[in-house]
Design a binder for this molecule. Structure first.
Ligand code: HEM
Length: 298
């Protein structure tokens, strides 16, 4: 029987990985509740809560998307067992985000609807949330059976478009500083490369993973530069040059989104090297790459 308790696996046994993942996805909500309880949310607590839940929805969305590629690259099959939980947590943070927004606007239905219709970034937000709900409600075993694996997979492939919309919503609502959206977009590009390149016949060995990391970092820096140049009129070269500030100032604060994206990709490359050499030392071949099946716990 499939267990619905988040810390149990499909066989009903306690799973340390699932328990840890569950605790980690709850943590931001508990943290926010604690800050609210102790009055640490500043002068506009509801607005701050809207921002925090939105940011966590996007972060968890990217973590969810990272599960399949990391499972393959790190040959870590058990990761799939936390994918559905992570996906559902994105939907819950998204719904809390909307609820907090409604509270912030005093549950004034007319005002909420007129704001959403008037502002493009809110229309993008509601479309994103509708997509997340559609994926969330069809993520049960019963729905997978009812839809059939192929149709279910086609529907759930929408997650990439939904993520792109979430990132657009994030970038559009940003005032002048797009550091966070640029970072998230760069990580999304990295994850898309992990997904698409194997389909083109490229094997993701540690060397190629390192190259992909550097390319994704550069792409992020260029995309960030383009955004500032076109959306704010800041001279492109000045923005791009900021990527060299780390050499001049040597401070963490000088790290740009492109550096973080390259760093994340290099960590994955190093982990893949480590896992590969570990498997070779233990005399076992990396496991056969099974095809992604929805029933696998995702
Ligand atoms: C009905 C749907 C949604 C509404 C009405 C909505 C509304 C808002 C509002 C009002 C803000 C703050 C804008 C500002 O202060 O100028 C915001 C920010 C944000 N939203 Fe949404 N949103 C929706 C859906 C989503 C979804 C589904 C996600 C993610 C999956 C998301 C992610 C974000 C992020 C990341 C921010 C920026 C947070 C920050 O700057 O710290 N939103 N949203």
């Amino acid at each position: 029987m499939t267990s619905w308790l988040p810390w149990l696996d499909r066989q009903g046994r306690f799973s340390g990985l699932r328990a840890t993942a569950f605790a980690l996805v709850l943590l931001p909500a508990l943290w926010l509740a604690f800050d609210a309880w102790t009055g640490q949310l500043g002068s506009k607590p509801w607005t701050r809560a809207v921002h925090d839940t939105g940011t966590w929805a996007v972060r968890l969305l990217l973590v969810t998307l990272a599960i399949s590629p990391l499972r393959r690259i790190l040959d870590w099959g058990k990761l799939l067992g936390i994918r559905r939980m992570l996906g559902l947590s994105v939907m819950f943070y998204g719904l809390s985000h909307l609820l907090l927004y409604c509270i912030d606007l005093g549950f004034d239905g007319g005002l909420i609807v007129s704001e959403i219709v008037k502002r493009f970034y809110l229309l993008v937000g509601i479309t994103t949330l509708t997509g997340l709900i559609a994926l969330g409600v069809t993520s049960t075993d019963g729905m997978i059976r009812r839809l059939g694996a192929a149709r279910w997979q086609r529907l759930h492939n929408l997650v990439y478009a939904i993520t792109a919309l979430a990132l657009l919503h994030f970038a559009l609502q940003s005032k002048i500083d797009v550091t966070q959206p640029a970072l998230m977009a760069g990580l999304f590009a990295l994850l898309m490369a992990y997904r698409l390149l194997p389909r083109l016949g490229v094997t993701l060995d540690p060397g190629r993973l390192a190259l992909i990391a550097l390319a994704a970092g550069l792409l992020t820096a260029l995309a960030e530069t383009a955004w500032y140049a076109f959306a704010t009129g800041v001279p492109a070269w000045t923005v791009f040059q900021a990527n060299a500030d780390i050499v001049v100032y040597g401070e963490w604060a000088a790290l740009r989104p492109g550096h973080w994206v390259a760093f994340a990709g290099l960590v994955v490359a190093a982990a893949s090297l480590f896992r590969g050499s570990g498997a070779r030392r233990a005399g076992r071949r990396p496991r056969q790459r099974e095809r992604l099946s929805p029933q696998a716990g995702g």
